[in-house]
Design a protein. Structure first.
Length: 394
């Protein structure tokens, strides 16, 4: 096995079990590793540090899989890691009440570069790195063995693979994907997941718990749910007794999905208005028409893919939060989120505070939100904590 030697002094993060090694920290190698190879990593003194998967084209040159020298990277390794990840989740929810779960959350489950979501009897996987791509068949076999009867579908159509020198791919790996969308349940709400064509692996599961938490605040309130996608917050607010919900998204397909989910949850006659429009433009229009709401939800897509995009992202976050503050009635609530990992919780809070100041609104924090517990974060790799949210009263 090829050894990569780190530059002197650059091994400290690895000694603290952070799994990433950047290309600039590598002094050299005793061979020519190919993209996706398993490699050993040693310190400048030659001490063994870890074993991981090599990326020839990414800034993250190695993602460590094990800090145990006796543990080999083979098919049984992935079987054990997948089984351990499922055990961490098993028993946390009644499968009859919740059957949509993130099974593997990358570094949080010791499998960097891999995401696995289970939607009822379909398991959707996203393979993000060259090294993990080498083991795709072994991973699919392990999933099929651990979840017998489930179809395994690949949704590796992410731009991250381009950075790894890989093509974007999507398609069945094991079993047959149902012709109809998969209907899943969580928090008493049913919704349809388009595994083959939906966002990410089919939908977003990181906000599942927050849907219920925010929905519990909606009783008797007029709600604006922006970037609503398939309406997780909108459905929860209606179940929570909202007086009226305006669901806003730029995707007509998403809003049609929400319409179907309203009927699926016996809410077809509920006071839910749906508007297809650019959110920024619509918010400015609401402000100009002096519209107002009692609860505004901001759940935008990722505005910053990297640290280089943080300044631009913060301007966008400030813009939408400023507009939201201006739309809130006295005593109203703002539930605002950021899923940009490069934007820290402290920075996000500062941006929102600046927006409140410019809007001349006195805001108080009632709660903080984060990603659901099936999206665990390794203490050694805090970058895995990407979703942050605030519940504010004005």
């Amino acid at each position: 096995m090829i050894e990569l030697q780190m530059k002197s002094g650059r091994e400290k993060s690895l000694e603290r079990r952070h799994p990433w090694i950047f290309s600039g920290a590598i002094l050299g190698a005793d061979g020519e590793p190919a993209n996706g190879d398993v490699v050993d990593v040693v310190s400048g003194r030659g001490d063994w540090l870890g074993r991981g998967l090599y990326s020839a084209t990414s800034q993250i040159a190695v993602r460590i899989l094990t800090f145990d020298r006796a543990e080999m990277i083979d098919a049984s390794f992935f079987q054990r890691r997948l089984e351990a990840a499922w055990r961490r989740r098993e028993g946390r929810w009644d499968p009859k009440e919740r059957n949509a779960v993130r099974w593997v959350h990358g570094e949080g489950d010791g499998l960097p570069g891999l995401v696995v979501d289970r939607y009822a009897d379909v398991v959707s996987i996203q393979v993000q790195t060259a090294g993990m791509d080498r083991w795709k068949d072994a991973i699919a076999d392990a999933i099929a063995a651990l979840a017998p009867g489930c179809a395994v579908y690949e949704r590796s159509d992410t731009g991250m693979r381009v950075l790894e020198g890989l093509e974007e791919v999507s398609g069945p790996l094991r079993g047959v994907l149902p012709e109809e969308d998969v209907v899943v349940r969580a928090n008493g709400v049913d919704w349809a997941v388009d595994v083959a064509g939906g966002h990410k692996t089919g939908c977003y599961l990181d906000q599942v718990d927050n849907w219920a938490l925010v929905g519990a605040q909606a009783k008797g309130r007029r709600v604006l749910d922006t970037f609503c996608f398939h309406g997780g917050f909108a459905l929860a607010c209606l179940r929570g007794g909202a007086e009226h919900v305006l669901a806003l998204d730029s995707s007509q397909d998403a809003l049609e999905g929400l319409e179907a989910d309203l009927a699926r949850n016996a809410l077809a006659e509920a006071p839910c208005e749906r508007l297809c429009a650019d959110v920024f433009t619509a918010l400015r229009g609401f402000r100009d028409r002096r519209m107002s709401f009692d609860l505004v939800i901001l759940d935008p897509p990722k505005f910053a893919d990297s640290k280089g995009h943080v300044d631009k992202a913060c301007r966008a976050y400030k813009d939408i939060n400023l507009l939201a503050f201006k739309l809130l009635n006295p005593g109203g609530l703002l539930a605002t989120f950021s899923c940009s990992g490069a934007v820290t919780p402290e920075l996000f809070q500062k941006v929102v505070a600046d927006a409140a100041l410019d809007a001349k609104r006195d805001a108080r924090m009632l709660a903080r939100y984060t990603q659901a517990p099936d999206h665990p974060v390794s203490l050694a790799c805090p970058e895995g904590l990407y979703l942050k949210g605030l519940l504010l009263s004005v």
